[in-house]
Design a protein around this ligand. Structure first.
Ligand code: CTP
Length: 400
C-alpha cells in the first residue's frame, strides 16, 4: 500500500522549530511528507533541515521544478494538509483564497482534509479579523485547532501557543483515519469530563479511584478532530493537554460539578466520562491526621456527593442537549446498565465491564452503548479512540 501523503505547511512563526518534531512523528509512523514552508518560515528553520528530515525536496516558491507543475500537483495528491504553525497572515491568506506562494497554491488545490494549528500572540489571535478568518475556514470544513495557553515568544504568556506537536499529530491521525473532509461536529460545543475525583481527608490524604482519564481524553481529542469546540473538565488525570481543547482542571466532585455545569450552559453535548466519587468525607482535617498510641483510628464518616449526570440530564441547559454517561459494572452488565440509564435519565450510557486488565489505565476498551431509545451499539475491543468515535457518531446522529 502507498504511504499516506502528507503536506506539512509551515508558516513564519517562531514555533516553526516545533514542526520538525511533528514531521518526525509523521515520517517515523510511515507517512510520506512533503514540507512546504513559506519564505518567512525559512528564516526560522532552513530548507536543509526540512529536506533532510522529510527525505523530499523543499521549496517555498512556485518557480522551482515548474515542469512538474508543483503548485497544482502537491495539493491534488495530498491525503492531508496540515499547516503548523499557521500564522495570522497564513490564516488570512487561506480564508481569502490568496495564492502567492507554493503553500497558498497548495491550499487551493487540495481536496483532502486540511488542519490548521495556529500560533501567534494573544492579541493577534483574538483580533476580530483573525477570528473571522478562522470562522470562515471552519465553515468551509477545515479543522482549525485552538491554540494552547502558555508561554509565548519573549516573557509574555497567554493563548496563542502552538499545541504540543504530539497532540497535533494525534488530531491529524484522527482526521486521516476518518478520511472525511467534512468535520461533522463543527460549530458544536461539547463538554467532556475525565479522570477521577479526589476527596481530601486532610492536607496529605484523599479518597480517590483508579481512573486514568485516558477514555475522556480520547473523547476530547476525537471531538476536536471532528471540528467541535471542546471543554475538557479534567480531574487529576496527569495527561498532556489534547491539542485545541480548553482544559479546566478540578480536584473534587463538587469542583467538577461546578465546572461541568458552567461549561454545559451553552453545550450541545455533555459526556460524563469522569469517575466521580459518590461519597466524600464529612469532615476535612486542616492538619495531618496523626496516629495515637494504643488507640483505634477514628472511623471516616462519609456524606453523599451530588449526582452530576442525573442533575444535568434532568435539567438540560439547552433544548436538545445530548447527555452521555459511563458505567463500569462487574456483574449483569447489560441489565445493570439499562437500570442505570433509566435512573440517570441520560440519552446514552456507555457500559464497560471492569476486570483486571480491562478499562483502568489501559489503552484499549470494549463496551456497549445503550440508548434511551432502546438501541444497543456494541463496540468491539479496540483503541479508546474507536469507542470515542462511536460515541460521537451516536451523539451527532441525535444532534441531527
Ligand atoms: N456520576 C456523576 N456524579 C456522581 C457519580 C457518578 O455524574 N456523583 C456519573 C459518572 O461520571 C458516570 C455515571 O455517573 O458517567 C455512572 O457512575 P456510577 O458511579 O457508575 O453510577 P452510580 O449511579 O453511582 O451507580 P453505582 O451504584 O453502580 O455506584
Amino acid at each position: 500500500m502507498d504511504k499516506p501523503r502528507i503536506v506539512l505547511g509551515v508558516s513564519g512563526g517562531i514555533a516553526a522549530y516545533k514542526a520538525c518534531e511533528l514531521l518526525r512523528r509523521f515520517t517515523e509512523s510511515g507517512h510520506d511528507v512533503r514540507v512546504v514552508p513559506t519564505a518567512s518560515a525559512l528564516h526560522f528553520v532552513g530548507a536543509a533541515t526540512w529536506s533532510a528530515l522529510s527525505g523530499n525536496p523543499v521549496s517555498a516558491e512556485v518557480w522551482d521544478d515548474v515542469h512538474e507543475v508543483p503548485h497544482v500537483r502537491i495539493g491534488q495528491h495530498a491525503d492531508l494538509v496540515v499547516v503548523a504553525p499557521a500564522t495570522a497572515d497564513m490564516l488570512a491568506k487561506a480564508a481569502h483564497g490568496l495564492a502567492d506562494d507554493l503553500l497558498t497554491n497548495t491550499l487551493l488545490t487540495a481536496r483532502c482534509p486540511v488542519v490548521f494549528a495556529p500560533a501567534m500572540h494573544t492579541e493577534m489571535w483574538e483580533h476580530p479579523a483573525t477570528q473571522e478568518n478562522v470562522a470562515t475556514l471552519r465553515r468551509r470544513g477545515a479543522v482549525v485547532v485552538e491554540p494552547a495557553v502558555g508561554r509565548l515568544t519573549g516573557v509574555d504568556t497567554g493563548k496563542g501557543r502552538l499545541p504540543d506537536p504530539a497532540e497535533i499529530f494525534e488530531v491529524c491521525r484522527r482526521v486521516l483515519a476518518r478520511g472525511v473532509a467534512e468535520p461533522d461536529l463543527r460549530g458544536r460545543h461539547v463538554v467532556v469530563s475525565a479522570g477521577g475525583t479526589r476527596e481530601p481527608l486532610d492536607p496529605v490524604r484523599f479518597l480517590g479511584n483508579r481512573s486514568s482519564g485516558k477514555q475522556g481524553y480520547a473523547l476530547a481529542r476525537t471531538a476536536a478532530a471532528r471540528g467541535a469546540r471542546v471543554t475538557l473538565v479534567s480531574a487529576n488525570a496527569g495527561l498532556p493537554d489534547p491539542a485545541g481543547v480548553d482544559v479546566v482542571r478540578v480536584g473534587t466532585a463538587v469542583q467538577l460539578r461546578e465546572a461541568v455545569l458552567k461549561a454545559a450552559a451553552d453545550a450541545d453535548a455533555v459526556v460524563m466520562a469522569a469517575a466521580v466519587a459518590d461519597f466524600r468525607p464529612a469532615a476535612y482535617a486542616s492538619g495531618k491526621i496523626k496516629k495515637k498510641d494504643g488507640q483505634d483510628p477514628d472511623p471516616i464518616v462519609l456524606v453523599r456527593n451530588p449526582d452530576i449526570l442525573a442533575e444535568i440530564s434532568a435539567d438540560r441547559a439547552r433544548p436538545g442537549q445530548v447527555v452521555v454517561g459511563f458505567a463500569a459494572e462487574t456483574d449483569d452488565v447489560l441489565a445493570n446498565g439499562r437500570a442505570k440509564l433509566a435512573r440517570k435519565g441520560c440519552d446514552l450510557l456507555v457500559v464497560n465491564e471492569v476486570g483486571e486488565r480491562k478499562t483502568f489505565g489501559s489503552e484499549e476498551n470494549e463496551a456497549v452503548v445503550l440508548g434511551a431509545d432502546g438501541s444497543e451499539t456494541p463496540v468491539p475491543h479496540g483503541p479508546k479512540e474507536a469507542l470515542a468515535d462511536t460515541v460521537w457518531d451516536l451523539v451527532a446522529g441525535r444532534l441531527g
